[in-house]
Design a protein around this ligand. Structure first.
Ligand code: 26V
Length: 813
């Protein structure tokens, strides 16, 4: 590995020559990116090989994180960072007249996820590797990740993502490790040598080929593996071909390969589609087959060896999307390895653990029985048997309580309930923030909690501070290290030492200067992309996340409209200038969310072009929110908007990223906001609105009438009327759906109920910002107390409390 700048420069120039036969001057920025990444890969590959070898030799327990989504973003910068090579490369490249940032920008984001759930998986991979835990990812190599969002005339337009267009340097195709996944057909049970064998016939085989991506740990030699499965096929219909029907000759091949073609862009918004179930089984089956194969090589292949698989393997399922792992592991252990039901079942539930990420009733997965039965006949047989045995156990404990048994059954009302399968088939069930875990225990999965009290636990989410602080905000990171040393990089808890500097004028001036520079950087981006000038001395007030009714972008937007009305009425209104920044994607089929985007853009059009308000407020909707855009926006935020209806946001993780970058949260008592508030203290956060208990009580017992709010306050009535009155430059019925969601469905998310408290919270933000020493102290304290929300803390809790895996220190080769 190159350790000096000079060695690096030489290696880099050589790599350009050997890869492209080009000199530095002749090469494009893309070629330079490829040369640098390839160089890194060589260093990484050696460590990767050693890590795998030492894992094998040590025979230590391995954990596999199964997730439909891994929202990795770009890897060049984070790999450099974790290898501690950023400085050497940056300096070497500077001397060659190249800006490292330009090279990083060439990389396509790996957008293999929708939002929080997928990014959490990516943060966990980083933390597992950096904590030297033997932990790997299993997922799908979507040919097209999260769609690219364009805003045209205020509307969201979706374009296909083509992240593999220029190849992907970080992956390695492992054709020799391919496995077959079987769909459809029929299964019959036949007695063979005194046992029942399951014979699967007339199925459609799909070849699953793994592509491995190295996951580089920070400041250690560990390189773990993210294994992404791709559906490929050599199938070619020669008979159609020879008849001249060329389309038919390739049709089947492409239909088989369709399985891993696209990521479903729905987040918390269900549109059950057959292909999605196919994707789920595809990667679960491929992943488990490959894990069992490896297990047998290391720990023995007799049935007695496999019965102990839970001692050496932990499988974690990220939400219910991989819940078929329960029945698939049963199938492999019984049908392929010859274990009996009881042995297989004990091994299965002790291997698997499950995280729930949502309590939104509409997002709890269920699949129609006929679909499961037709597409996955063997899975269905096994799930039915699990269900029967589970219901029998319930009957034993609650004889005659039919209602309870029906509510808890895995199969009922013509559906397979995936959360029930996940709970029954695992030894641990966790939520992602205290309040969320409590709601699981007392509401959503209450009867399961009564039946399996010991399975339930909480693991509050976290984010990798390496990407979200050190890499995204290098100036802030340098300032922190100057003040409290570099220990926080390995031990984020040490950030608390910053607390001492909260009221230090010199430190305050420095962090203010860093924030200002980040705001200028974002302002330049906005200018470049949108030809819009924003006031860099205004408060940057940011809400970036998926667009969803429960996240209440509407509340933010209506408050902006109210503020605008007030400035129009009183042009002298004494407020700090503010720039309201939004970004986020709407699920393709989610009509209301799409109208909310249009609504925000229409407000922007009105407000940004009204000279009468003297530039006091501006509204910006940045298109195509992504991991790399988040890395640009979050360090520039003064205010972090975390305003979901209490009880609906399981945790949130954006809230943590903003906090780490010194933004002040205006938020509800929802998800991890509650723990953030406890950590920073009430004086460093602005909380408003209904509590989760209040919201749940309204849902259960009624008592909320939106018309009371609407008629009870003229400010509320005015903004609600303006949605449909023709006040906004849009067609008359453009925003009917928003109006309808407030007044016609009794404001399911309590937007109007929380409106006045929210406006008061915003006034408080205004007043606090004007007391700069006070504000800067809040900013410092937010950074100081963010250590608890580093994913290193979360992952070590999973390792100790759920997976029971220990670090394996990888020695240098
Ligand atoms: C659910 C569904 C259901 C229907 C079909 C498509 C689809 C796609 C994704 C999901 C997952 C929704 C769950 C989710 O993303 N939850 C988020 O998880 C974050 C990490 O724990 C957490 O911070 C957010 O609060 C939570 O909304």
């Amino acid at each position: 590995m190159f350790i000096s700048k000079e060695e690096f420069k030489q290696a880099f120039i050589e790599k350009l020559q050997t890869l492209f036969g080009q000199s530095l001057d002749e090469s494009s920025i893309n070629d330079k990116y490829t040369a640098l990444s390839t160089l890194l890969r060589e260093t990484i590959s050696k460590r990767w090989y050693e890590t795998n070898r030492q894992y094998r030799v040590s025979k230590e327990k391995q954990v596999y994180y199964f997730s439909m989504e891994f929202l990795l973003g770009r890897l060049l910068g984070s790999n450099l960072f974790n290898l501690d090579l950023t400085k050497v490369c940056q300096q070497g490249l500077n001397e060659l007249g190249i800006d490292l940032a330009d090279m990083e920008a060439v990389e396509h984001d790996a957008g293999l996820g929708n939002g929080g759930l997928g990014r959490l998986a990516a943060c966990f991979l980083d933390s597992m590797a950096s904590l030297q835990l033997p932990g790997h990812g299993t997922g799908i190599r979507y040919r097209h990740g999260m769609f690219e969002q364009k805003i045209i005339d205020g509307y969201q337009i979706e374009l296909p993502d083509n992240w593999l267009r220029d190849g992907y340097v970080w992956e390695t195709r492992k054709a020799d490790r391919a496995v077959t996944v079987k769909f459809g057909g029929s299964v019959r049970l036949e007695e063979q040598a005194g046992r029942l064998a399951a014979i699967h016939e007339n199925y459609e085989p799909v070849l699953a080929v793994p592509y491995d991506v190295p996951i580089v740990g920070a400041n250690c030699n560990s390189v773990n593996t993210l294994r992404l499965w791709s559906a490929e096929n050599n199938y070619f219909d020669f008979s159609s071909f020879s008849k001249g029907d060329f389309l038919k000759a390739v049709e089947k091949k492409y239909s088989l390969e369709a399985t891993s073609q696209i990521l479903y862009p729905d987040d918390n918004y269900p549109e059950g589609r057959t292909l999605r179930l196919k994707q789920q089984y595809f990667f679960v089956s491929a992943g488990l087959q490959s894990i069992v194969r490896r297990y047998k090589r290391t720990h023995g292949s007799k049935p007695a060896d496999l019965a102990k698989i839970h001692k050496k393997i932990a499988i974690h399922i990220n939400d219910t999307h991989p819940a078929l792992a329960v029945s698939e592991l049963m199938r492999i252990l019984m049908d392929e390895e010859g274990l009996g039901w009881d042995e297989a079942w004990t091994a299965t539930w002790q291997t698997i653990s499950y995280t729930n990420h949502t309590i939104l009733p509409e997002a709890l997965e269920k699949w129609p029985v006929e679909l499961v039965e037709t597409l996955l006949p063997r899975m269905y047989m096994i799930i039915r048997e699990i269900n029967e045995r589970f219901c029998a156990a319930l009957w034993e404990k609650y004889p005659g309580d039919w209602e309870r048994i029906r509510d808890m059954a895995i199969i009922s009302d013509g559906y397979v309930h995936m959360a029930h399968l996940a709970v029954v088939g695992s030894h641990s069930v966790n939520g992602v923030a205290e309040v969320h875990s409590n709601i699981l225990k007392t509401e959503v999965l209450a009867s399961f909690h009564q039946f399996y009290p010991h399975r339930f636990n909480n693991k509050t989410n976290g984010v990798t501070h390496r990407r979200w602080l050190a890499k995204a905000n290098p100036e802030l990171a340098a300032l922190i290290s100057e003040s409290i040393g570099e220990g926080w990089l390995a031990h984020p808890g040490e950030l608390s030492n910053l607390h001492r500097y909260a009221h230090d004028p010199a430190f305050q001036a420095s962090i203010r200067a860093v924030k200002q520079a980040n705001k200028e950087r974002l302002a330049r981006y906005i200018k470049d992309k949108m030809c819009l000038t924003v006031d860099i001395n205004s408060i940057f007030d940011v809400q970036v996340k998926r667009i969803h009714a429960y996240k209440r972008q509407t509340l933010n937007a209506l408050h902006i409209l109210d503020l605008y009305n007030r400035i129009k009425e009183n042009p002298g209104l004494d407020i700090e200038p503010r720039t309201f920044i939004f970004a986020g994607k709407a699920a393709t089929g989610y009509y209301l969310a799409k109208r909310i985007i249009k609504f925000i853009n229409t407000l922007a059009q009105v407000i940004n072009n009204d000279p009468a308000i003297g530039g006091k407020i501006k509204v910006v909707f940045l298109e195509n929110y992504s991991v790399s855009l988040a890395e640009l926006i979050i360090p520039a935020a003064d205010v972090s908007e975390q305003i979901s209806t209490a009880s609906r946001e399981a945790s949130g993780t954006g809230n943590m990223k903003f906090m780490m970058n010194g933004a002040v949260t205006v938020g509800t008592l929802d998800g991890a906001n509650i723990e953030i508030s406890q950590e920073v203290g009430g004086e460093n956060i602005v909380i408003f609105g209904l509590t989760a208990d209040e919201v749940l009580n309204y849902y259960k017992y009624g008592g909320y009438n939106v018309l009371d709010e609407y008629h009870g306050n003229s400010r509320i009535k005015t903004v609600v009327d303006q949605i449909v009155s023709g006040f906004l430059p849009a067609s008359p019925d453009e925003f009917d759906s928003i109006h309808h969601s407030l007044l016609r469905t009794n404001d399911e998310y309590f937007v109007l109920k929380d409106f006045i408290p929210y406006a008061a919270a915003q006034e408080k933000i205004n007043a606090l910002y004007r007391e700069q020493p006070r504000w800067q102290a809040m900013a410092v304290n937010n950074i100081a107390f963010s250590g608890r929300f580093a994913s290193d803390r979360t992952v070590s809790e999973y390792a100790i409390g759920i997976w029971r895996v220990k670090p394996v220190v990888i020695r240098e080769a």
